[in-house]
Design a protein around this ligand. Structure first.
Ligand code: ADP
Length: 394
């Protein structure tokens, strides 16, 4: 009897021993008598553990998925700045590959000196902003946050766009100040001369003429700036049709007035179709193109205004036989205050803002500005409108 009992225990024990080498929460652990309830408890415990592990794995997977969904880069580092985890955004931003780079010190992989210095200095009260050496077009802002004692979470933001806007704003303020300072310096110089010295009548009227020229120049700059800012802050333009026949007529009269008989002005249009949009913005854009054609075409030249509308869209163009533009300048012409020849633009009454106004008004009408030019031969500026902006075409 005792022998049988002993055999029974040894048998169950050896099954437990075998099972424990590769424990599985399944019915492979089966026993009878008091061993049955022991095995059942072990089995339940194993099953709970397995469920908990699955749940934990799911939680970790959800956390990783959340980390992957972040638009900012995230890198988790241990106390030696070795990579524990990084999301796909950080992989792209910093050129990391998590599968092979896990466990590597990040400064062995991102070796840019300011980054290495920033990590080694260990003062993370401020983020590090750096232009990334491996991709010069990108500007990254790196923030390191300590967590869980000695670990660090590194957050990487791509601030390229904000940096560009900041730079544009700074350049713009510098440009405006520079543009206004020049005429103001001339004005105040003449004022001082008139106040301090006796000048004869002729001299005085010459000074006054120059002063009036400078103040008109400042006025033009301020007017163009106001036009730009009102276009920028205006609601999207109307879709009411603007009568192109009377608009072309007005542009022709403006061109003739500006040219004062120095050029021949030609209008080419079959009178078909109108534009849907804001009349003041279209007038402002087209007048700037016409004024430039007059400004940069020597006397005796021809300025051709053309309008063509069809089912596919419409085109308003101004073609001149003027000085033309070297192709290297063309991509930059619509930048604020960009001029090919500053002196020539100034002498001709330009502000350097005309084409910026044109581009802005056109883009609000979903139109493109196409510039073709040959130095010494002439230029063609064409505003191309999509079909949605054209009215009155069957
Ligand atoms: P500006 O007030 O100086 O004319 P714009 O923004 O209207 O400024 O034009 C920018 C520059 O583009 C001008 O300074 C000039 O160098 C060049 N440009 C514009 N239109 C013409 C044209 N029709 N022919 C030659 N150059 C032109």
């Amino acid at each position: 009897m005792l022998g049988w009992k002993l055999l029974f225990h040894i048998g169950n024990f050896s099954r437990l021993e075998v099972w424990s080498r590769q424990p599985k929460a399944d019915s492979s652990l089966d026993g009878r008598g008091e061993w049955g309830s022991v095995f059942a408890r072990i089995y339940r415990h194993e099953k709970d553990m397995a469920t908990q592990i699955v749940r934990r794995e799911e939680e970790v997977a959800t956390l990783i998925a959340a980390g992957q969904a972040l638009t900012d880069g995230v890198v988790l580092l241990d106390e030696n700045y070795q990579i524990i985890f990084c999301n796909t955004t950080a992989e792209m931003q910093l050129g990391l590959v998590i599968h092979s780079d896990r466990g590597q010190p990040i400064i062995n992989l991102v070796r840019q000196p300011e980054f290495v210095d920033y990590l080694q200095a260990g003062d993370f009260s401020r983020p590090l902003t750096m232009r990334f050496e491996r991709n010069e077009d990108r500007v990254l802002s790196i923030h390191v946050l300590p967590y869980s004692d000695s670990r660090r979470l590194m957050q990487v933001k791509d601030v390229t766009q904000t940096d560009r806007l900041d730079r544009m704003r700074r350049d713009f303020v510098a440009n405006v100040s520079h543009e206004l300072r020049t005429p103001l310096t001339v004005l105040s110089g003449f004022l001082e001369t008139l106040q301090e010295f006796e000048v004869d009548r002729d001299e005085r009227s010459r000074y006054l003429a120059l002063m009036s020229e400078q103040s008109s120049r400042m006025l033009s700059i301020v007017q163009d700036l106001l036009t730009l800012s009102s276009i920028e802050s205006a609601p999207p333009p109307d879709t009411e049709p603007v009568d192109m026949i009377s608009l072309l007529d007005k542009l022709r009269r403006d061109a003739e007035a500006l040219s004062a008989g120095r050029h021949s002005i030609v209008v080419e249009s079959d009178g078909q179709g109108d534009l849907r949009g804001s009349e003041p913005e279209l007038v402002s854009a087209f007048t700037n193109l016409v004024a430039n054609a007059v400004r940069y075409t020597p006397a005796g030249g021809t300025i051709r205004l053309s309008w063509k509308a069809g089912l596919q869209g419409a085109e308003f163009a101004v073609q001149d036989t003027g000085i033309g533009i070297d192709s290297k300048h063309i991509p930059r012409l619509t930048e604020r205050f960009y001029r090919v020849d500053r002196g020539r633009s100034r002498d001709a009454g330009g502000t350097g803002l005309g084409l910026a106004i044109v581009k802005h008004s056109l883009s609000r009408h979903q139109a493109q500005l196409e510039i073709k030019s040959t130095p010494g031969v002439g230029s063609r500026f064409a505003a191309k409108f999509p079909a949605s902006r054209v009215a009155g075409i069957q």
